[in-house]
Design a binder for this molecule. Structure first.
Ligand code: CMC
Length: 427
């Protein structure tokens, strides 16, 4: 008699029945391999392009309920973390599983702060890029280049080495990001300042004039950036995290895996979307043009950037928090005129049948770009601002996958639909 936590599958080709156990609401895809028409049959596979309904891992890091609009890191609701914690506490939580005690936090901040400097040769490397190189391209390349500076990083099963590379990557990514920006502006690089906190230091490396050592970042803006970093830190198995896990599964060093993850984030459907949202809002320009844009979207001629999500079929909880952050930022910077267009666009889209039927709501990228622009960041740097905090999520997921005994090198199957054997004609 079959147990309760299982399904019974009847193969109509053979009339045979199979019992497949259900664990954590899933069946093991390899259980399907027992379903065969003959002894030499390969066995049944599941076909799931874009992983629409396939879990690639078990994870304890981030929980999302897309229907209810819930996001939690290690069990803590994103709303509480954004309100009560600092980004580096959240990074610690993601990577080590618990919020740090006071002494753990002190040590963690010290380790991150004292790894922010990069090798001088990185500057030469950066100088090699053309003046109009996209900062995200420069970031991806320099993250990869770090692997050549730290050959010890290949000892991925040495806990101490892993910890050191985690410190280095979280510490150095703001430095690389700021250097990429300064290069694109033709301005001198600014070294990290160890007396500033994580976001203050980043703002200093971005904006401090090179002729002075004095720079006092605006506290409201530094705090708002910290909240934005918390919101972007992890989002379970998204495209770039999947790249981190997949490339990491070959046991390459974490710099190479993180460069692959950053490359995945660069795309306009993922971390590049915030840049595309701003370009779209700039193109729209006035509220009067919104109905025409909505018409083009409904005719399938374009996407409404910053709308829709693979997992959320409800309002993205991060977008709600961001709207609040926007108000705080605008009190300092003045209101970004793009906000009015965005609010109107959201209003019209959310009352339109096309969007309601498809459960398309604003995602995190819809408002983040407007805030970044008000803070003075150029549009090209937006995906870089996503990559900086997502590094902690990538590293948490990478470490979890390396220490998971069920994981192996990622290697999907395919369904071959090409030619059967054929022969090269005489020539
Ligand atoms: N504008 C217009 N129509 C859309 C949009 C959009 N932004 N997103 C989805 N749809 C439509 C899509 O055409 C499809 O319609 P139909 O059923 O008639 O073919 C339906 O909604 C389902 O869409 P899908 O493409 O099957 O959904 P997906 O889960 O494969 O795609 C997505 C998710 C985020 C890639 C997509 O919604 C999108 O391209 N959005 C715009 C880009 C964007 O804002 N990306 C940021 C995502 S959040 C940050 C991150 O995690 O990186």
């Amino acid at each position: 008699m079959p147990t309760k936590d299982s399904i019974t599958v009847r193969d109509n080709r053979t009339g045979r029945e199979y019992e497949i156990p259900i664990e954590n609401g899933a069946i093991h895809a390899s259980a399907l391999r027992n379903i065969k028409t003959s002894e030499d049959d390969f066995g049944l596979m599941s076909y799931d392009p874009a992983f629409m309904n396939t879990a690639s891992c078990k994870s304890k890091i981030t929980f999302i309920d897309g229907e209810k609009g819930i996001l939690r890191y290690r069990g803590y609701p994103i709303e509480e973390l954004a309100e009560k914690c600092k980004y580096l506490e959240v990074a610690y939580l993601l990577i080590w599983g618990e919020l740090p005690s006071e002494s753990e936090y002190k040590e963690w901040v010290h380790n991150i702060t004292y790894h922010t400097m990069v090798h001088e040769n990185i500057k030469k490397f950066m100088d090699g890029f053309h003046h109009d190189a996209h900062p995200m391209g420069m970031l991806v390349s320099t993250i990869a280049a770090l692997s050549t500076f730290y050959p010890d990083a290949k000892n991925i099963f040495d806990e101490g080495s892993r910890k050191l590379q985690i410190h280095r990557l979280i510490a150095k990514i703001p430095t690389l990001a700021a250097f990429a920006y300064r290069h694109s502006q033709g301005r001198a690089y600014i070294y990290p300042s160890n007396d500033l906190n994580y976001t203050e230091n980043f703002l200093s490396m971005m904006y401090r004039p090179s002729w002075t050592t004095k720079f006092e970042p605006n506290q409201t803006l530094a705090k708002a950036l910290d909240v934005l970093f918390i919101l972007h830190a992890d989002h379970e198995q998204n495209c770039s995290t999947n790249a981190m896990r997949s490339v990491g599964s070959s046991h390459v060093d974490p710099y190479s895996a993180a460069a692959a993850a950053a490359a995945a984030l660069y795309g306009p459907l993922h971390g590049g979307a915030n840049e595309q949202v701003l370009r779209m809002l700039e193109e729209i320009g006035t509220k009067e043009k919104i109905p025409e844009i909505i018409r083009q979207v409904k005719e399938g001629r374009r996407l409404l950037m910053g709308f829709g999500h693979r997992v959320y079929k409800n309002y993205d909880p991060r977008a709600k928090i961001i709207k609040k952050v926007a108000q705080e930022v605008f009190e300092v910077t003045g209101r970004n005129p793009m906000l009015d267009i965005a609010l109107e666009l959201e209003k019209i889209a959310l009352s339109d049948d096309y969007f309601i039927k498809r459960k398309l709501y604003p995602n995190i990228d819809f408002y983040s770009g407007i805030i970044y622009q008000a803070m003075g960041f150029p549009v090209e740097i937006f995906p870089v601002l996503f990559a900086i905090p997502r590094m902690s999520g990538w590293l948490a997921q990478w470490q979890e996958s390396l220490t998971d005994p069920e994981q192996k090198i990622a290697r999907p199957r395919q369904i071959y639909i090409g030619y059967g054997e054929r022969h090269v004609p005489p020539r």
